[in-house]
Design a protein around this ligand. Sequence first.
Ligand SMILES: C[S@@+](CC[C@H](N)C(=O)[O-])C[C@H]1O[C@@H](n2cnc3c(N)ncnc32)[C@H](O)[C@@H]1O
Length: 370
Amino acid sequence: MATDRDIEDLSMLGGYLIFSILHRRPLPKILTLIDAGAPLWYQDDEGTSPLHAAVYVENEELVRVLIERGAIWNAVDNLHNTAADIALSMNNENCYRLIRDAGIRSELLLDLISSRPSLPAAIVLRADDDTATGSTEVFLSSKLHYTQDEHGQEICLLREGDKEVGVMMGWERDISEYCALKLLCADHPRLNDGLKILNVGFGLGIIDSFFQELPTPPALHVIIEAHPDVQEHMRSQGWYSKPNVRILEGKWQDYVDSLALLGVGGFDVIYTDTFSEEYDELHQFFKSLPDLVDGSGSRFSFFNGLGATNVLFYDVYTNISEMHLNDLGLDVTWTQLRVAPKATEDRWGGSLQYFSLPFYQLPVGKMRLA
Ligand SMILES: C[S@@+](CC[C@H](N)C(=O)[O-])C[C@H]1O[C@@H](n2cnc3c(N)ncnc32)[C@H](O)[C@@H]1O
């Protein structure tokens, strides 16, 4: 067990490493310090890590070496900036890419490890989150309420402690409209026959309403919704009696391998936007796509909101999801939409801000021709 003295020594070495990097000491000297045990995970009083320091002095070679030696790609300083954020602010694309790619590798590795039940759980460095925003079970037993934002748009909120968290907010309407009407359906080869559509997560029913407004209404419109309060809302809005709409109550995990879904044949369009699920779950959903689609021509999209409070994290998830979809036989195109609020707009109304980037990367995956 480390003694106070050990920790003092490590802190001193870590501090000296950061000092040496910021003072542009030659690489062999820096390497000697690392070999002597100077910790790459050390962060000084301002939260600066050796990786942040290497970016500050724009030493691309050192950034590469630190990453190879195990520097932490996603450590944030006291202002919540990762080393990659610093690189972006300095317009240093090479340093940014080195760190972003380290993030992608590390997340892919974690994903691989967590998919191998034979490996000890302790290896998986994911914290358990037992709040309603991090655990589906807690979310599903939490009370939701539907209300209106300052523009009179319907929103769905969840109370968590003394905070309000938006489950679905009105600002996503434009994204949903563009995604559903323009990218997923407008030029779909089977549009005039009536599409077979699967949507996971009803929320406010924004995207489902756009699907219902197609010039030829869907031949089949399946909605999987897990939360009882949302199901109640859907009932009060008449969704259970709409023609060709089939509502599956429960989690998508309960249905992906079931006859209720696989028995209706392949879908032309699939969309998913859930809540309180991490990338692991989204990846699991991706894996079920080949069984759910109607072969080539089918289209898939998802609400791309993971990591959306930080450019680096958003970039990492966007890249990983593209790689995983490619592996499953889908080609992905990305449409960048500007989503920054107007200066006078209060988009969140005091609720927790879960998307703070000015751009949204909208994915559309198309099954590759066999
Ligand atoms: C962000 S909202 C979806 C908003 C929707 N796209 C719209 O246009 O209004 C997320 C929805 O997914 C539901 N949900 C969360 N986890 C789920 C799961 N595992 N299976 C099915 N639905 C889930 C939530 O209850 C919520 O209604």
